[in-house]
Design a protein around this ligand. Sequence first.
Ligand code: NAD
Ligand code: MN
Length: 334
Amino acid sequence: MKSYKICLIEGDGIGHEVIPAARLVLEATGVRLEFVEAQAGWETFERTGTSVPEATLETIKHTDATLFGAATSPTRKVPGFFGAIRYLRRKLDLFANVRPAKHHPVPGSRPRVDLVVVRENTEGLYVEQERSYLDGEIAIADTVITRRASARIGEYAARLAASRPRKQLHVAHKANVLPVTQGLFMNTVLAEAAKFPEVKTQDIIIDNCAMQLVRNPERFDVIVTTNLFGDILSDLTAGLVGGLGIAASGNIGKEHAVFEPVHGSAPDIAGKGIANPTAAILSAAMMLEYLGESTAAQRIERAVDQVLAEGPRTPDLGGSATTLEFAQAVAKAL
Ligand code: NAD
Ligand code: MN
């Protein structure tokens, strides 16, 4: 039997609660996993002066995959601080941020939704190049789009669409207003997608895409878009199927991959033991799929849906279960 080394990073806030819960479920699958814990995030920055210590980077590089909880980012500028997850995405070149949204048996989840947002993960407005002039009266941020990054995310998304039953790809953009940057992205992705003739590809303007997603989410399959649009759109699609408590994601590169819930550190509920661990557990399932353990991944997904349907549920879904009780129920359902 194959065995895998997994880097676990709790991070901040509810990361300390949902990652141990996901670990418990991973251990119940019977897949041979060796866990190595590492530190990153705001608390790590406060303790050590860096949000991603060198040792953490080394651990990620020398394990087969990483499961990350969440990291806090202050909205004010803090000297020396950088966002841990954004740093890892760029440093390890995790160019594809894959964010599925699929119907789950929970209140408010829209029926027949089964889509994936593929977010370009390394450039756009997230190059974090901001400056201000005239004593802060004017602020400017750069956005960077390259043909190389657009081509590889386009290829990734088209290949993903080709592997899915409906084989449909939307390229969401704002090339009508920003023909240089967004136009480069759109045209490059369309050219890559054309290499997959079985995939039905069309472009869609991002604001219209948001409206169509709210009205007819079931008509979408794979949506590929630039970094900021993908960040926002994937919270919207999470909202279509039950909210941030259940939205999973993977940051995938050629050599490394970091899986994480879409949600953040949720300071409003952190430390209470009531965070929904589903997003972290489904991210762990995506990680097993990535490692080639599809059967175990599907077993987790089925067990999660069974517990979501029958209970116990966490408070965000109207229940009163704790994080640990939910995870234990999933482990039992496995
Ligand atoms: P958030 O995702 O932390 O929380 C948004 C809302 O959803 C809150 O009301 C929270 O209680 C709820 N929520 C989120 N996850 C939940 C869960 N698993 N179970 C139940 N309820 C859940 O987003 P925010 O409040 O905008 O940001 C808080 C902090 O997290 C900020 O510092 C932000 O920078 C950071 N953040 C980090 C990431 C990441 O690590 N990838 C992503 C988003 C936000
Ligand atoms: Mn986000």
